[in-house]
Design a protein around this ligand. Structure first.
Ligand SMILES: CC(C)(COP(=O)(O)OP(=O)(O)OC[C@H]1O[C@@H](n2cnc3c(N)ncnc32)[C@H](O)[C@@H]1OP(=O)(O)O)[C@@H](O)C(=O)NCCC(=O)NCCS
Length: 193
């Protein structure tokens, strides 16, 4: 059930959400002006320590951080204590499970070059955030993302991918890939024979 105050928070930020949004604990949700965020039907977001018995280290945090950034979360998606942070865009397909404590970050938060990084850090207005490397992330439908994974900018996971616990993922992976490790590599393919 979505509490009334959370509905107010979502509506005030022009966030669209479907039927049966289930919140266990209070997530942190911030949608920047000019950005878009939407949740499909039957989405579950867990944010309290024991709402997933894997043990959540933090509340779920879902953020668009730049004008024109977008986050689109499909029907039936489950999210447990994850951070989903977009400067460009992140899509998550229907019925994908995001395991406990995942970080899905479509940007590096800081520029790579020290000079640019220092310039941004010293600017009280945040400076030119285009200097922060960012690329969209697309996660297909029916994926299973293990706990404590980190999914980095530019990642594309096809439908039905499985990501092993603790993986650090960067790159493009075909539908039905089981990937694991740091950097994550394909350990097998799921076949339906
Ligand atoms: C990725 C996963 C699904 C693979 O399961 P599986 O297909 O049964 O694979 P196996 O256990 O047979 O392991 C196959 C190989 O991958 C390796 N492997 C499996 N999971 C791994 C992981 N998370 N990281 C690194 N290597 C992993 C194994 O060591 C094994 O290597 P080997 O062939 O050299 O011996 C599973 O290990 C996993 O990580 N599940 C996620 C659990 C989780 O986080 N649940 C959500 C909680 S909220």
């Amino acid at each position: 059930m979505t509490s009334n105050w959370m509905k107010i928070v979502l509506k005030a930020q022009k966030i669209k959400y479907g039927k049966n949004l289930l919140l266990k604990g209070a997530p942190v949700i911030f949608n920047k002006k000019g950005a878009s965020m939407e949740f499909g039907d039957n989405v579950t977001i867990k944010s309290s320590f024991l709402s997933n018995l894997v043990g959540l280290y933090s509340r779920t945090i879902i953020v668009t951080r730049a004008e024109n950034a977008f986050i689109s979360i499909g029907n039936g998606v489950g999210i447990s204590g994850a951070t989903i942070y977009a400067r460009k865009g992140i899509t998550i397909g229907d019925n994908t499970c995001i395991g406990g404590n995942c970080k899905i970050l479509d940007n590096d938060f800081h520029p790579i070059e020290a000079e640019s990084r220092n310039k941004l850090l010293s600017d009280p207005h945040g400076g030119d955030s285009d200097l922060v490397p960012a690329k969209e992330i697309h996660i297909g439908k029916d994926c299973f993302i293990g706990c404590n994974t980190i999914i980095l900018k530019g990642t594309v996971l096809g439908d039905g991918c499985v990501v092993g616990a603790g993986a650090v993922v960067s790159g493009k992976f075909e539908a039905g890939s089981v990937i694991a490790g740091n950097p994550a590599r394909v350990i097998r393919k799921i076949t339906h024979e």
